[in-house]
Design a binder for this molecule. Structure first.
Ligand code: FES
Length: 76
């Protein structure tokens, strides 16, 4: 199912573009034209952008560095 019918852009394609750096509406529009036709999909694009950003922020919060693990066998 297309998010942007005018440019035949699926959610998968748009999410790929967002993960590749098109993190704002205007960046997405410049990359693929999404939202620049009839404009009906602009609110969907904004929702998708905010969901993808929230998802990325959540994933970054789950990544731990090598020294951040706690060991049950501390040797002080
Ligand atoms: S549906 Fe996206 S510009 Fe028309």
């Amino acid at each position: 199912m297309y998010v942007c019918v005018c440019y035949a852009l699926s959610k998968t394609k748009l999410c790929t573009l967002i993960s590749q750096g098109a993190q704002t509406l205007s960046a997405l529009q410049n990359k693929c034209g999404a939202g620049t036709g009839c404009g009906t999909c602009v609110y969907k694009l904004k929702n998708l952008l905010s969901k993808e950003k929230a998802s990325e922020a959540e994933n970054e919060g789950n990544i731990k560095g090598p020294g951040e693990k706690s060991s049950p066998h501390r040797q002080d």
